[in-house]
Design a protein around this ligand. Structure first.
Ligand code: SAH
Length: 221
């Protein structure tokens, strides 16, 4: 991250970012590590220039291909829920999208594995993560409904697109004691935290109602 990049547009001032963080606190986000990471992460570099002046608003924004960069509140919430499950070494993210959530995770856990089904989005995300100097991120172009079997087991899995039902493959790629945070449903979606308690035992907690783009099968070149 260099200052030239950050000062190029007016809305990246410290005050603008601090305002976003205050807002997140007001919405119940309390993990200091998560709040600091969001404060220091340049969200505007993950958004096309025409919209980057809105980067520090607490809203999802279009990134092309009918997809969106997640709202900061949701990024904070999902991250807080996962990091509260314990220190995380290996984390799988399904739906790299812009790479913003990936970059937040990469600053808080040891290794991030992230899969994306739309190749041009993955390519852009790769370049931005490189720009940020993050070396602990591994990207793959694939259908994340299958997880990333060769890299499993994971201490945590975060899914940033909503399936109608929880894909069993993802449950099976959790380490014992590991947790999956995932939006589930169609019009009405619920964010769920599912923890693998033993080989075949899972515990589900409902976090809140959410609104994600759908998890889709197959890949786009
Ligand atoms: N975390 C991203 C969210 C992007 S939106 C961000 O903040 O930018 C969800 C992303 O999930 C989209 O990029 C979409 O293409 C991707 N996606 C949907 N279904 C998928 C699947 N089966 N495998 C991998 N990625 C998928």
């Amino acid at each position: 991250m260099n200052d030239i990049n950050l000062q190029g547009i007016g809305m990246t001032s410290r005050r603008t970012r601090d305002r976003l963080i205050s807002r997140l606190k007001g919405q119940g986000i309390s993990d200091e590590g998560v709040l600091n990471t969001l404060r220091e992460t340049p969200r505007h570099i993950f958004i096309d220039e025409a919209l980057s002046h809105r980067a520090y608003e607490d809203t999802a924004l279009p990134i092309g291909f009918n997809q969106t960069i997640s709202q900061p509140y949701i990024v904070a919430k999902m991250t807080e829920v996962l990091v509260s499950t314990g220190p995380l070494k290996r984390v799988l993210e399904v739906g790299t999208g812009s790479g913003y959530q990936t970059s937040v995770l990469a600053q808080l856990v040891d290794q991030v594995f992230s899969v994306e089904r739309i190749k041009p989005l993955q390519d852009k995300a790769k370049e931005r993560l490189r720009q940020m100097g993050l070396k602990n991120v591994h990207l793959q172009h694939s259908d994340g409904g299958m997880g990333w079997p060769s890299k499993a087991p994971f201490d945590a899995i975060m899914v940033t697109a909503a399936p109608e039902q929880v894909p069993e493959e993802l449950l099976l790629q959790l380490a014992i004691g590991g947790s999956l945070v995932i939006p589930v449903g169609q019009e009405q979606q619920q964010l769920k935290l599912i923890t693998r308690q033993s080989d075949l035992e899972y515990k589900t907690r409902i976090i809140e109602n959410v609104n994600f783009v759908p998890l889709l099968a197959g890949t786009i070149r």
